[in-house]
Design a protein around this ligand. Structure first.
Ligand SMILES: Cc1cc2nc3c(=O)[nH]c(=O)nc-3n(C[C@H](O)[C@H](O)[C@H](O)COP(=O)(O)O)c2cc1C
Length: 210
């Protein structure tokens, strides 16, 4: 499937084939492809919980407006956005600096600059922390959906769920925001896909402020 086809064929599908599991190898491939998504300073403040167990999926479904796809899809990712993923001392922030030095993109003496830049960009308000976590994780999640489609899978992103309820039920630490749930699996071929949704035109997307 070329990229244009991936873009055109990706849909938020409502009906998954519950009888058709997704292999661990394929799931790994989806995640590894999506991990190529860009992120600010390459900080990659995303994680996922992989939910496959039927009892866990039912628990999640109850917290997600009882949307049937949550339990019918063979796999649901709880997507996590780390609001602390820019802070000094965070394991990935520190590793990222070391990796940048190794790659020749930064020098040892630039550590304070790096930490201060992260602090200024993301640490000056809760709103900025939240934006940092969610915008980067949004790119990752879009990449998950395109990667899945390119490998013959379908997906459905959802933010219709009780955020704090999911956090509590799945013991998710406070530093994570849950931007969305993502159902993954094979489309149920006995069902009909809803017609494509409308989209804003080029002229409606482009704005200017005089
Ligand atoms: C962040 C986000 C949250 C969404 N939440 C839900 C949801 O909770 N339930 C649902 O049925 N669809 C949800 N959707 C799917 C959208 O309704 C769908 O993507 C949109 O109507 C366009 O359809 P398409 O993806 O098939 O092109 C969500 C999509 C996104 C990107």
């Amino acid at each position: 499937m070329d990229f244009k086809e991936v873009i055109n064929k990706r849909r938020a599908v409502n009906f998954f084939d519950s009888e058709k599991p997704v292999s661990d190898a394929l799931l790994r491939e989806v995640v590894e492809m999506a991990a190529k998504a860009p992120s600010s300073f390459n900080l990659q403040p995303w994680s996922i919980m992989i939910i496959k167990d039927q009892e866990e999926k039912m628990r999640l479904r109850e917290l997600a407006w009882n949307q049937p796809k949550v339990s019918e899809a063979p796999v649901v990712f709880i997507v996590l956005a780390d609001r602390d993923g820019w802070k000094k001392g965070h394991p990935f922030v520190e590793r990222n600096f070391k990796e940048m030095i190794q790659a020749g993109g930064m020098e040892e003496g630039q550590y304070d600059w790096y930490i201060n830049a992260c602090q200024d960009l993301y640490g000056t308000s809760q709103e900025r922390q939240q934006a940092f976590a969610c915008k980067n994780t949004g790119f990752f999640t879009m990449a998950l959906m395109f990667a899945a489609k390119s490998l013959g899978l379908d997906t459905h992103p959802m933010d219709g769920f009780d955020h704090d309820g999911v956090r509590q039920a799945f013991n998710i630490p406070e530093n994570y925001w849950v931007p969305l749930l993502l159902a993954i699996g094979y489309f149920d071929q006995t069902k009909e896909l809803y017609p494509p949704k409308w989209r804003k035109t080029f002229d409606e997307i482009v704005v200017k402020f005089d």
